[in-house]
Design a protein around this ligand. Structure first.
Ligand SMILES: *Cc1c(COP(=O)(O)O)cnc(C)c1O
Length: 290
């Protein structure tokens, strides 16, 4: 598989999920997300690379659905994903909708694999346990040129799978004391429950006790709405790009680093996870003005 256009944090979860799809003989992969979902785009591209047909349930309030001419939606269209627009109120029942569609296709003779929103389940989270093992190996190889461990790992949190894998891997490989998950939607109590459930499922698969690093969900920096950045957040994203060439996106990474910069109890030695999101930035280029 090539990472290029499928890059971002979802590729780590999909490494496990699509391997499972192949093992089960699936020819069709169904998943869901926002209209500009990075997860859906990565799934669609990788499914095609592996010879499977992608079907995407994309949440949109617009009627009719926007044309897939920008960012992630353009890439979905480019690889010929079947795009099914879903209204926000229907999207709440996304698991049932995907199960119904899967049943329909299976009755028509297809083998279907359903991936939950964001690829966030126990199996997908194992991709981020691996990421923490890789960080451990890099710290060890640096022999003192890098810290032995971090005070905290900071990342953007949208469906909880990354947080769950990072929290497990952090404890397992002693990478950091604390994981700070910057919510970009929902709120702290929602994510505490969701992440906990994914940690438990991943722990079963790991056949390890579900010890995890201290988890702090911060929901104060999610901005006006999911996928909508405030003028201050957009100004911050531009400032960071112009100061050091670090390109962040207005849906995830930009809000997470914006939050870290403003955090009251700031850890000193931090590893910030850049989780991707470039197509989402390009889809919003006009909002940045000049
Ligand atoms: C999906 C996504 C996240 C959040 O990861 P979850 O595991 O869904 O919480 C962060 N950053 C980017 C760019 C993403 O696409």
């Amino acid at each position: 598989m090539t990472a290029g256009p499928a890059a971002g944090n979802k590729i780590r979860k999909l490494e496990y999920l699509l391997a499972d799809a192949i093992a089960r003989g699936a020819g069709t992969v169904i998943t869901c997300g926002g209209f500009q979902s990075n997860h859906c785009r990565a799934t669609a591209i990788l499914a095609r690379q592996l010879g499977m047909k992608p079907v995407l349930l994309l949440r949109t309030a617009s009627q009719p659905a926007p044309a897939p001419v920008l960012g992630n939606a353009f890439l979905d269209w480019m690889v010929g994903a079947e795009i099914r627009p879903i209204r926000p109120e229907q999207y709440r029942d996304r698991m049932a909708l995907m199960a119904a569609l899967s049943g329909e296709r299976e009755r028509a003779g297809e083998r279907v694999y359903v991936i939950p929103e964001g690829g966030s389940n126990g199996l997908g989270a194992l991709g981020y346990v691996d990421a923490m093992r890789e960080v451990r190996e890099q710290l060890d190889a640096a022999k003192g040129a890098l810290p032995d461990r971090f005070d905290a790992i900071v990342h953007a949190c949208g469906s909880g799978g990354t947080a769950a894998g990072v929290a497990l891997g952090c404890a397992l490989f002693e990478v950091a004391e604390e994981v700070i998950s910057m919510a970009v939607c929902d709120d702290r109590s929602y994510f505490e429950g969701a992440i906990d459930a994914i940690v438990r499922d991943a722990g079963v698969l790991l056949e390890a006790p579900t010890r995890h690093a201290g988890l702090r969900v911060v929901d104060a920096y999610k901005g006006p709405a999911y996928a909508v950045a405030s003028p201050a957040q957009r100004a911050f994203i531009l400032e960071v790009a112009r100061c050091c060439g670090l390109v962040l996106d207005p849906v995830y990474t930009g809000k997470a680093l914006f939050g870290l910069a403003r955090l009251a109890r700031k850890p000193t030695c931090v590893l910030f996870l850049h989780t991707g999101g470039l197509p989402g930035l390009l889809a919003q280029a006009r909002d940045f003005g000049s």
